[in-house]
Design a protein around this ligand. Structure first.
Ligand code: NAD
Length: 480
């Protein structure tokens, strides 16, 4: 398997290639073209020229037919794409199938909306009309991570293309083949003008950095860590780009004693180990009412210990490897530091004994701790690691849950409907689930409070990240 850059309608190779590695066994899945600043400039130039032609930015019906045609082509290749996603990322095949289906659904959603990006007109004084025209913002650079490369691409490229932007996609190195396979189906849709969508791949960050500082890029939509998001904000300041930043999280589950603790524990274990704990919204901290704390200890430890870990292509496996060895080693180091300083180690995860030498598996860990200021309650540890904490009152639960720099997502577990909504309102997060976790929909905006990011993706409000509002004022006068 081989992937190239996609620039101005052509799939082009570079002089160098890099390997995409299967994290379940270290084998080579395929190769991708190595790019950098020059390829980024060529892609930006193509996107800029395509934006300045009226055939895309001012043709919503074409945009809809391209997006719907793309979704149909993806449908036809869904199973192959799911397998490729598991090969490159390692996630369980059921999760890959769900992600591909979700991404296709999202492209259809934005295909529908492409013909409904309304503006509004006001008569501000007699005979004075103010047209507030919602226009595409221009060239959008989309920097996509490896953890959910299909759905996170769809939720950025969907609104960007639907509202008339042209784009340059920069995939994560680890999942470049999946992104390229996804975009190849778009390149085959009749009617797509050349240069509207471009892709540049790389192992380093030179192309990504160029997307951020180029004066010809109008929007940067980045999904990744808060640390990189901050660097992007600084680098984008000089050219005053619109920024859509979907960053890190440290999601809390707040559990009251009126739920079935065993069932809640099982569902939280699933929420904590989704993509091997490498999902931004994965359950990380579990705050439990003191009266249910001991029961939760027992049930959550059992549920995490029962997680089947192995090659994601095996349908019996619920947790695959981490994305690569550096990521696995970093998470393992953080988890071992937590073991040294936490109140109690409840489940000591590690590298499974039968793991292939070049694989990056790590089994889940669970600790109990009272002080929410501990580094492992504050820092995002991007792997299968969970902290159990205790509370006595709703106010204490809210104070502990909100004691974080992040604000991406949380969940409340209770049978008391009023309490659920009261808690949901008090938790400072972009998303709060009630008696569930990790439910994401094309229709429902997601994004972060505080250091979890800027802007919203999914849903109608995603257009705010990719459009500008222009005021056209006209004195038409009155008759009579
Ligand atoms: P990361 O911050 O390491 O991002 C890597 C990407 O950033 C690569 O594509 C790289 O080329 C690019 N990059 C690095 N330095 C850059 C620079 N100076 N300028 C421009 N681009 C640069 O993140 P990751 O490890 O790939 O992803 C995991 C993180 O993503 C976690 O923190 C997770 O919470 C977050 N995430 C957030 C969401 C969300 O919706 N909020 C979704 C998925 C993942």
């Amino acid at each position: 398997m081989d992937s190239r850059h996609w620039i101005d309608g052509a799939w082009v190779t570079g002089t160098e290639r890099f390997a995409s590695i299967n994290p379940a066994d270290g084998s080579v899945v395929g190769h991708a073209a190595e790019g950098g600043r020059a390829e980024a400039d060529a892609a930006i130039g193509a996107a800029h020229a395509a934006f300045n032609r009226p055939d895309w930015a001012q043709n919503p019906r074409l945009r809809q037919s391209v997006l719907l045609g793309w979704a149909d082509r993806l449908d036809a290749e869904a199973e192959d794409l799911a397998r490729l996603l598991t090969l490159e990322n390692g996630k369980a095949i059921a999760q890959s199938r769900g992600e591909i289906a979700g991404a296709i659904s999202e492209i259809r959603y934005y295909g529908g909306l492409a013909r409904h990006v309304p503006s509004h007109v006001l008569e501000v004084e007699p005979g004075v009309l103010s047209t507030m025209l919602r226009e595409p913002a221009g060239v959008a650079a989309l920097i996509i991570p490896w953890n959910a490369p299909a759905v996170l691409l769809a939720r950025a490229i969907g609104p960007a293309l639907a509202c008339g932007c042209t784009v340059v996609v920069k995939p994560a190195a680890q999942t470049t083949l999946l992104t390229a396979a996804f975009l190849r189906t778009l390149s085959e849709v009749p009617g797509l003008p050349r240069g509207v969508c471009n892709m540049v791949s790389e192992t380093g960050h030179a192309a990504a950095a160029r997307l951020v500082d180029s004066p010809l890029v109008d929007v940067v939509s980045f999904t990744g860590s808060t640390a990189t998001g901050k660097r992007i904000m600084v680098a984008a300041a000089d050219t005053m780009k619109k920024l859509s930043l979907e960053l890190g999280g440290k999601s809390c589950c707040v559990v009251f004693p009126d739920t079935d603790t065993a069932e809640t524990a099982a569902r939280i274990a699933t929420a904590a180990t989704i993509i091997s704990g490498q999902q931004c919204t994965a359950a990380r901290r579990v705050l439990v009412h003191a009266s249910a704390f001991d029961a939760m200890k027992t049930h959550l430890r059992a549920a995490l210990a029962a997680m089947t870990v192995g090659n994601g292509l095996d349908p019996a496996i619920r947790m695959g490897p981490l994305i690569d060895r550096p990521a696995r080693d970093q998470v393992q180091t953080q988890v071992e530091r937590a073991f040294d300083t936490c109140d109690e180690v409840l489940l000591r995860g590690g590298v499974p004994k039968d793991s292939p030498a070049a694989a990056s598996f790590l089994t889940p860990s669970l600790v109990a701790h009272d002080d929410p200021s501990a580094f492992f309650c504050q820092d995002e540890i991007f792997g299968p690691f969970v902290v159990l904490e205790r509370f006595e009152t709703e106010a204490e639960a809210v104070a502990k849950a909100n004691n974080t720099a992040f604000g991406l997502s949380a969940s409340v577990w209770t049978r008391d409907g009023a309490r659920a909504l009261r808690m949901a309102r008090a938790l400072r997060n972009g998303t709060v689930w009630i008696n569930d976790h990790n439910r994401l929909f094309a229709e429902a905006e997601t994004g972060g409070y505080r250091q979890s990011g800027l802007g919203r993706l999914h849903g109608y409000d995603a257009f705010a990240d990719f459009t500008e509002l222009k005021h056209i004022c006209q004195m038409v006068g009155t008759i009579g």
